[in-house]
Design a protein around this ligand. Structure first.
Ligand code: ZN
Length: 100
């Protein structure tokens, strides 16, 4: 059993997870369809390159959960139907009567 190799693989996975989290939080959102982009920032370009991401990268899981919206969710709000990821526009209109 190669304990050092296993430790290195666990550390590499942790680094990759941390980089994915950073990119997910700081890359620029694009809409229709939901995507993220580096916006030409060299630090994000480097991270996208290391992760093997195209620029822009499609992010279907980041679609705003407001009905018929095809923007990228950048925020989240609690609703009576549970926590929803929403775009900035729908974060602002969250109190419209047909949303909750
Ligand atoms: Zn929306």
């Amino acid at each position: 059993m190669d304990r050092v190799g296993e430790k290195d693989r666990m550390k590499e996975k942790e680094f990759r997870d941390a980089l994915e989290d950073m990119v997910d939080q700081f890359a620029y959102p694009l809409d229709d369809p939901p995507r993220i982009t580096t916006g030409g920032l060299s630090a994000l370009e480097h991270a996208f390159d290391v992760l093997g991401y195209p620029d822009p990268k499609e992010m279907p899981e980041r679609k705003c959960q407001y009905e018929n919206c095809n923007k990228t969710a950048t925020s989240g709000i609690p609703t009576r139907h549970g926590y929803k990821r929403v775009c900035l526009e729908h974060l602002i209109v969250k109190n419209k009567p047909n949303y909750r």
